[in-house]
Ligand binder design. Structure first.
Ligand code: GAR
Length: 191
């Protein structure tokens, strides 16, 4: 029997380079489709990307996220997996409870290092640079009610000894994210 094509919903706050990779990857596959992209910022570049890629979008503010409107909208998309791909706000508990083990996040460092409140995006890379670390990496993990503390699914490291700026580190991390994130999502969705 043919397997049903699964529904992926993405949450993204900014540029959305990961979101674009994920949409494009699954457009070539029969396993899943990105059926919607939710963003907390009406100016986010991810919304331009979504328009170009023909993916429906939903924009919301903090009140709508925390008081149930986002959950109501999310249900309409019937997600099999919710993927935080550069989503920078805390994910609310009532949505986590509604979708146990169905929400994953990517973090741009080797957790448990450089996780927790305030550690997101460029802040992470600046901290890594300041500590003169020789390597950094990515962590893909399940989302629970504490920032960056859910069960790990996948980690990959990269050498950053030649990097002199946080942007150079970010670039190396993005290469890892784009290479591995879609395939890890596919493994989860097929399991
Ligand atoms: C990514 O590097 C992602 O790991 C990070 O935001 C970036 C978004 O890039 N996420 C976090 O820091 C979450 N704590 P993108 O918008 O180009 O995909």
């Amino acid at each position: 029997m043919l397997n049903r094509i699964k529904n992926i919903v993405l949450f993204a706050s900014g540029s959305g380079s990961n979101a674009e990779q994920i949409v494009s990857y699954f457009n070539q596959k029969n396993s899943a489709r990105v059926v919607g992209i939710f963003s907390n910022s009406s100016n986010a570049k991810v919304l331009e990307r979504a328009k170009r890629l023909n993916v429906p979008t939903e924009v919301f503010d903090r009140i709508e996220l925390n008081e149930g409107n986002v959950l109501e909208k999310l249900k309409l998309y019937k997600p099999d997996l919710i993927v935080l791909a550069g989503f920078l706000w805390k994910f609310p508990e009532h949505i986590i409870k509604e979708y146990p083990n169905k929400i994953i996040n990517i973090h741009p460092a080797l957790l448990p290092n450089y996780g927790g409140k305030g550690m997101y995006g460029m802040h992470v890379h600046q901290a890594v640079l300041k500590n003169k670390d020789k390597e950094t990496g990515i962590t893909i993990h399940y989302v629970n009610e504490n920032y960056d503390e859910g069960e790990f699914i996948f980690q990959k490291s990269v050498n950053i000894e030649g990097c002199n700026t946080a942007s150079e580190i970010a670039e190396k991390v993005h290469v890892l994210e784009h290479k591995y994130f879609p395939a890890v999502i596919e493994q989860i969705i097929k399991s």
